[in-house]
Design a protein around this ligand. Structure first.
Ligand SMILES: Nc1ncnc2c1ncn2[C@@H]1O[C@H](COP(=O)(O)O)[C@@H](O)[C@H]1O
Length: 194
């Protein structure tokens, strides 16, 4: 028997990006999570695509946990309408809480912070620290270059094909949902391990 995730961490931009389709898909992600009664775990800001996803979940009657470090409360405009807001004293603790609370990770268009979060969650999986699904929603090819970089690491002998298979690229939100199946999970990482 397979179970769909109860909570999904969405990593995406704190900016809007340059294409309307990014905004549209971020809204669709929020609506879908709310309709499927899946809790959104995210970075807690109201800016950019992050804010769009959170607003969309809230508008559709869903549940949102925002996790934001104290030092980013102003810069990322902390969202004050979320169901649960966790303010951390560091970026590391934010990442740890988001990791621990999520059953799966969805990656939407974003910038350097999104890349960092994606690589970290992928490398933790490569090191056997979790088995949670990681899905890149490749909206209008935004992730092509990032995926190409992973493939180059494999072709140059720096990563295994097995490790490359730990992150999946999907075309849309529906596919991400279908791939977000609960896997056996290794115990959550203690903060001290980061
Ligand atoms: N180095 C980082 N590690 C984790 N998360 C980060 C880092 N830098 C920024 N972030 C957060 O990621 C999201 C999205 O950032 P974008 O650069 O807009 O993709 C944001 O909440 C950052 O605080």
């Amino acid at each position: 028997m397979s179970l769909t995730a109860h909570s999904v961490a969405v990593f995406c931009g704190s900016r809007m990006g340059d294409k309307p389709v990014y905004h549209q898909v971020a809204e669709e992600v929020g609506k879908t999570l709310a309709e499927k009664k899946i809790r959104l775990i995210y970075g807690g800001g109201a800016n950019g695509l992050m804010g769009v996803v959170a607003d969309s979940v809230i508008k559709s009657g869903g549940v949102v946990t925002g996790v934001i470090p104290e030092f980013l409360k102003t810069r990322e405009r902390m969202h004050d309408q979320v169901s649960e807001l966790i303010v951390t004293d560091s970026m590391h603790v934010r990442k740890q809480i988001m990791f621990a609370r999520a059953d799966a990770f969805w990656i939407l268009p974003g910038g350097f912070g999104t890349f960092d979060e994606t690589m970290e969650i992928l490398t933790w999986k490569q090191l056997g620290q979790h088995k949670k699904p990681i899905l890149v929603i490749n909206v209008d090819g935004w992730a092509d270059a990032m995926i190409a970089m992973l493939d180059v690491a494999v072709s140059q002998g720096f990563a295994s094909a097995e490790a490359r298979a730990l992150i999946r690229v999907v075309p849309d939100v529906l596919a991400a949902l279908e791939c977000s199946i609960l896997a056996d999970q290794v115990n959550d990482l203690p903060v001290s391990a980061l």
